[in-house]
Ligand binder design. Structure first.
Ligand code: HEM
Length: 620
């Protein structure tokens, strides 16, 4: 088929037009160059009428097919039609806007209270979806039938576009291979090695705060410090790279700002991410997609592009520095790589030790910086980078926002629960008296109240409130407790049709009063100091962490959950033993987002958590 270009090009921008034309398939290159003055022009080939007819025919077929799919969806009944749920918010978006709003807390709570553990919700254009926190159904989704309930295309494709081919952007065998290689790095044994470095970072944060509060209590924006600390911890232990000196007044690494903005900006584009990106993300070569992205005038798209560029440039910088040091025979670096303690080193070490025939090609390690063929998915990442960079981006992104916001939440809760704060301080002070200021790994993880505070915070306030999966084939989803169908029947299991999206409600699973007891909505660290309710133990929640879904479960559970526990505990042991936290007078709102983030009521949304900090007298 021959294409004819009908162009409406801005006057005077001939260079851009030529670049655009160079991306077109060869058969389109006959496109005439526009007249010098450009402007709104139309060039229609005299023989083109029949071609337009063909095109119109094709378009009609496409629209009818879409219409048929839509009609089928509306007419053919499935088990999902019998599941009760809230009315649709709108035909175009279904319940999307209510579920994924930054203030969606109430909606999530209400649908759980009103409809129970399996809720029928509306997707865009009349599609049916499920919202689930029934324990047996969760077990099937994340463990038993995890190969059927996969991450959605939007999750995989957009993560791949923004973060590359790391764990968050891959499926199936590639994901399994990566997981197998990385799991040992997150074992309890390996975590021990990280403790001294974690203390080093925590002490620097302490020193920076100490300077501010030397003359009395001060209101300090603590989320910024938690983000800097979390980034530094993953930077050093993950990549042997220091992002930040953690000194007040010194410039924060641009990467730190980029990571902090990544999720809020992504969340603002949730609908686009979910329903539009997956359709366009594979279109044409990466350079072309990047060219198109540069033309899109939407502020959020530009912000996201710039954020991803910073993340990409930093990853390239880190990798290249190690690579060059290796090439020049820098003994210190080679020794460090030989020890294989950080993620990047593991990749490099594996390659150094592999037999010749098994060695990863340079392109896979160094990255096909301009190889747009091997990374056809890069949308924002013009420099289509390597697996190694992708690990870097994936981990910094996954590790920083989640843990820093969890830490900020914990400090905020302790500020609003002074008794719990004092109990914790006493426990930490005693331990420091016994073991010294850097409580060793085994003693630290065994502190019962510290552990209870972490668990309870991550139960009631999981940083990620939900995860979304899609059924790749028709599948039966059994339930622990039957639900009442709209027709009054008892439903023990549902046949979930292929392509149904399922929202796993981490939030409501963690707050299920039938399992946790009538005080499930209260923050009570003490609940972890006595045996947990039998109902909870019998329910067999499939989460990797303490009967909770906070870190999910199965093969795609959070790989860093022990890492995050340890860094939280180290930071809290240092800060709580020396500072007292009280709430700011400013009202804090927690935006649900992809990761729950604090901001100030009545002010333009900006992630921040002011908190009043003072030095504890006779701190140990
Ligand atoms: C409180 C802190 C954290 C929370 C609540 C959290 C939560 C989660 C959740 C819910 C998922 C599953 C996402 C999905 O499949 O939809 C996940 C995946 C992941 N997390 Fe975390 N995370 C935390 C900290 C960390 C840390 C510190 C790291 C790294 C050091 C990390 C690395 C990852 C990675 C790489 C994945 C993808 C795993 C895979 O698909 O195989 N996370 N996390």
């Amino acid at each position: 088929m021959q294409f004819e270009l009908l162009y409406l090009w801005p006057a005077g921008d001939l260079e851009k037009f030529r670049l655009f034309r160079s991306f077109l398939p060869r058969r389109c290159v006959e496109t005439p160059e526009p007249p010098a003055e450009l402007g709104a022009q139309a060039s229609i080939h005299p023989d083109s009428k029949s071609k337009y007819k063909k095109t119109t025919g094709l378009l009609l077929c496409f629209v009818s097919w879409g219409f048929w799919r839509l009609l089928r969806r509306l007419v053919i009944k499935t088990d999902l039609d019998n599941v009760a749920g809230p009315p649709s918010g709108s035909f175009l978006k279904g319940n999307f806007a209510q579920l994924f709003d930054i203030n969606a807390w109430k909606f999530h709570q209400e649908i759980a209270e009103q409809f129970g553990r399996v809720v029928g919700i509306h997707g865009p254009l009349g599609t049916k979806q499920l919202y689930v926190f029934d324990p047996k159904a969760l077990h099937h989704i994340v463990i038993k039938d995890q190969n059927i309930f996969e991450e959605t295309d939007s999750f995989i494709k957009t993560n791949r576009a923004f973060l590359g081919h790391g764990l968050l952007g891959t499926l199936g065998d590639t994901h399994r291979r990566q997981r197998k290689m990385l799991n040992p790095l997150f074992s309890a044994a390996h975590m021990r090695h990280m403790v001294p470095m974690f203390y080093d970072v925590a002490n620097k944060v302490h020193n920076a705060i100490q300077i501010n509060v030397a003359n009395g209590p001060q209101e300090i924006e603590i989320l910024r410090w938690m983000t800097r600390a979390a980034l530094e911890m993953i930077g050093q232990s993950g990549f042997g790279y220091s992002f930040d000196s953690l000194v007040e007044g010194q410039d924060v690494h641009p990467f730190s700002k980029a990571v902090k903005q990544f999720l809020p900006v992504s969340f603002e584009m949730a609908f686009l991410r979910e329903y539009i990106f997956p359709k366009v993300v594979d279109f044409g070569p990466a350079r072309f997609r990047r060219f198109v992205v540069d033309l899109i005038p939407l502020t959020n798209v530009r912000r996201l592009r710039d954020i991803v560029d910073v993340m990409d440039a930093t990853s390239v910088e880190i990798y290249t520095a190690k690579k060059n040091a290796l090439a020049q025979g820098d003994e210190a670096v080679i020794k460090q790589i030989g020890q294989g303690k950080d993620i990047l080193s593991i990749l490099m070490k594996a390659n150094m030790e592999a037999a010749d025939e098994d060695k990863l090609p340079e392109t896979e390690i160094l990255g096909q910086v301009h190889d747009v063929v091997r990374l056809p998915h890069a949308l924002f990442l013009e420099s289509a980078s390597s697996t190694t960079f992708d690990f870097h981006r994936t981990f910094t992104f996954a590790a920083v926002d989640t843990t820093s916001n969890a830490l900020a939440r914990t400090l905020h809760l302790l500020a609003t629960h002074p008794e719990a704060q004092e109990t914790l301080r006493r426990e930490l002070t005693d331990a420091r008296k016994e073991h010294g200021p850097e409580i060793p790994h085994d003693a630290l993880v065994a502190l019962p109240f510290l552990d209870a505070v972490c668990r309870e915070t991550l139960r009631l306030y999981p940083p990620a409130s939900f995860a979304v999966r899609i059924a790749r084939q028709d599948v039966v989803l059994p339930l622990s407790v039957p639900i009442k169908g709209k027709d009054g029947s008892d439903i023990h299991a549902l046949t979930v049709p292929k392509d149904t999206k399922v929202v796993v409600s981490i939030l409501n699973s963690n707050r299920d009063a039938a399992l946790w007891g009538p005080d499930a909505l209260e923050w009570k660290p003490e609940r972890w100091m006595s045996p947990l309710p039998d109902a909870l133990l019998d329910a067999r929640i499939p989460g990797v962490y303490s009967h909770m879904m906070t870190f999910l479960g199965g093969a795609r559970a959070c790989i860093g959950f022990k890492f995050s526990q340890l860094e939280m505990k180290v930071i809290m042991s240092v800060l709580l033993s020396q500072f007292r936290f009280t709430p700011s007078k400013q009202e804090i709102l927690w935006d649900m987002g992809i990761v729950a983030t604090p901001s100030l009521k009545g002010q333009p949304r900006k992630p921040q958590l002011p908190i009043i900090i003072e030095r504890v007298e006779q701190a140990v």
